[in-house]
Design a binder for this molecule. Structure first.
Ligand code: ATP
Ligand code: MG
Length: 232
């Protein structure tokens, strides 16, 4: 579904992503884990067309999207929930969801019902201004808004950041359900333990390159990963 081949991304003179290749197959949850500053967000932003690679290619469902504008990728089935949520703070929950359906305006009504079914907390707050939602509710709204575009592949950048353990569990349960109902997922997480539990496969990024990859289980059992990311 998504293939990244040998991308190299620079911020000015700084070589941030070094020859990264990764693949997400249809129906998979693939996790990208790594320490702060490893390049996880940069990788997602490059796939989304917000940054450009100097080399290599990015292919979405057999189409080369390396030079496609970010806003066009949504209608091609790629949705990105950025780090830090970024909902429209001045708009209501309902208005935020409507904005998410700009590529498929015919889906607004059914889409909103679908999102409310998945996130009942949002339904109760549909007329609340997004800026007054709690952190966890904003995360749910950011995910719900991305789902309004009916994505084939959903990229999530640290969906569990700053949430209480119960909410983290809920968000992971929802990610799993979304995947089981047919959405392919590329998940960036600091919470390596939980990410590896739900991931079919995972990649470990270190200083801008892929250090290791394997099934979620293989990586969860690897001594190296246990020491570096799972607390021994
Ligand atoms: N706009 C920018 N200009 C210059 N350097 C940047 C920019 N954005 C990120 N970087 C640098 O690129 C490197 C990778 O950052 P990135 O945000 O991709 O890391 P990350 O793996 O997502 O980290 P975190 O877990 O903290 O979110 C870091 O050293 C960061 O300081
Ligand atoms: Mg990041």
């Amino acid at each position: 579904m998504l293939k990244v081949e040998n991308i190299n991304v620079y911020y000015g003179q700084i070589h941030t992503l070094r020859d990264i290749s990764l693949e997400v197959k249809k129906g998979e949850v693939v996790a990208l884990i790594g320490a702060n500053g490893a390049g996880k967000t940069t990788t997602l932003r490059t796939i989304s067309g917000l940054l450009r690679s100097k080399t290599g290619s990015i292919t979405l469902m057999d189409e080369n999207i390396s030079h496609t504008d970010a806003h066009k990728l949504v209608s091609k089935g790629l949705a990105h929930v950025p780090e830090g949520r970024h909902v429209f703070l001045q708009m209501t929950v309902q208005e935020n969801l409507e904005m998410g359906a700009y590529t498929v305006p015919s889906n607004v009504k059914a889409g909103i019902e679908d999102v409310f079914e998945r996130f009942p907390r949002l339904k109760h707050r549909k007329n609340q201004i997004a800026g007054t939602l709690s952190g966890g509710e904003q995360q749910m709204l950011a995910m719900g808004r991305a789902l309004m575009s009916k994505p084939k592949i959903l990229m999530l950048d640290e969906p569990s950041m700053g949430l209480s353990p119960i909410l983290v569990q809920q968000i992971f349960d929802i990610i799993k359900e979304l995947n089981e109902s047919g959405t392919t997922i590329l998940l960036v997480e600091q919470n390596a333990e939980m990410a590896l539990q739900i991931a079919h496969r995972a990649y470990v990024l270190e200083s801008g390159h892929i250090k290791l990859s394997g099934t979620g289980q293989e990586l969860a059992n690897s001594d190296e990963i246990r020491k570096a990311y799972l607390g021994g």
